[in-house]
Design a protein around this ligand. Structure first.
Ligand code: ACO
Length: 331
């Protein structure tokens, strides 16, 4: 049975840097509050008119270049996002069009902050089964157009940023290389803890003037609840992955947690008793880009020379749904 190896990584973030200070002109907040509670110093926002598909294309091109492959060699696209460019069709088909590879299947996947690892799980199964040999897996998010940038929405508005990350996955027969296992979970009892209620196909009309006036089309979050669950589920998912493979925390060379909040990542690292240098942490520069945080952090880690062939990479995520997931990869 072939294994699924990550053979290329890439990312794209918009040029526009939005500092915490800039946000203080839009809402009642401060650089101190944001840095202390989240570790975030700045994030990127798309310029008017830039689509998620365009960011995804740029990240994908970087990943394909690193892999030394042409887009025409891709057998399937899996794209994770909670902020699709349109209700339908999914962003995946727009990415496919931008890459110029008609006929290739494009699957949109919705698992919020865990989207990239859910996607990795799906791609791993496709590759192991022999259905596809080369898959482009992308996480992309545009948050800046969908947040309440007034004081009313400050708890969420300061956290999120825009960006895209991509990996090229390929079948390999090399023993011991590639994805060792993936572990995906969900608990829908907590769906409304972090969600966007509107626009909703379950309502008629899906959105109206009153909803807009009340700002109920913006996402809402019970931050403390999310925090509480994240710091339990993430270490649990890492241990599940390690135990499945007969490994221990000491075997981990690099941990890439979903970048939701520096305090969450730090708590996860401590609970796993990992030294600081094994943690990838770029939230200060990009904020939370949801499905894109892990592939962006991975692409940066590769560019910084933090992964060598044979290293054990652990990735873990938690987010809206609730959903959570982990994966172990032998680099
Ligand atoms: N600037 C200034 N003050 C703020 C801001 C802000 N941006 N946002 C909230 N506050 C105020 C609140 O109104 C509250 O004021 P009050 O005490 O007068 O009512 C005070 O700060 C404390 O608010 P809390 O929500 O209790 O602050 P907390 O310490 O819990 O930190 C935070 C909030 C950072 C959101 C935290 O709960 C958290 O990190 N939760 C995890 C959720 C998360 O990271 N979600 C990201 C998406 S999900 C994911 O990716 C996992």
């Amino acid at each position: 049975m072939p294994h699924c190896a990550i053979v290329g990584t890439g990312f794209y973030v918009p040029d526009r840097v939005v500092t915490n200070e800039e946000l203080t002109h839009l809402m009642d907040t401060s650089d101190e509050w944001i840095v202390e509670r989240t570790g975030i110093r700045e994030r990127r926002w798309v310029p008017e008119g830039m689509s998620g598909a365009e960011m995804a294309r740029r990240a994908s091109e970087a990943a394909l270049e690193e892999a030394g492959l042409e887009a025409s060699e891709v057998d399937a696209i899996v794209l994770a996002t909670l902020s699709p460019d349109h209700f339908f069709p999914g962003t995946g088909v727009f990415l496919q069009r931008e890459l110029g590879i008609p006929g290739v299947p494009a699957i949109d996947l919705r698992a919020q902050c865990s989207g990239f690892l859910y996607g990795l799980s799906v791609c791993d199964a496709f590759i192991r089964s022999g259905q596809y040999r080369t898959i482009l897996l992308v996480g992309v998010e545009i948050h800046s157009t969908g947040l309440d940038m007034s004081t009313r929405g400050r708890d969420l508005a300061v956290l999120f940023g825009d960006g895209a990350g991509a990996v090229v996955l390929r079948a390999t027969d090399e023993e011991g290389r590639g994805v060792l296992s993936t572990h995906i979970h969900a608990d829908g009892r907590f769906a409304e803890i972090l969600w966007a209620e509107y626009s909703s196909s379950a309502r008629h009309p899906r959105i109206d003037a009153e909803v807009l006036a009340q700002g109920r089309h913006y996402p809402t979050m019970q931050g403390r609840e999310v925090f509480k669950h994240a710091v339990v589920r993430m270490p649990e998912a890492v241990m599940e992955a390690l135990e499945t493979n007969g490994l221990t925390t000491e075997d981990i060379d690099l941990l890439i947690p979903h970048q939701a909040n520096q305090r969450i990542s730090e708590m996860v690292r401590r609970r796993l008793k990992l030294p600081e240098e094994k943690l990838v942490d770029n939230i200060a520069r990009y904020g939370n880009t949801t499905a894109a945080t892990i592939p962006i952090a991975l692409a940066e880690a590769v560019r910084d020379g933090r992964l060598e062939r044979g290293d054990l990479l652990c990735m873990v995520a938690f987010g809206s749904g609730f959903t959570w997931a982990s994966a172990l990869v032998r680099w």
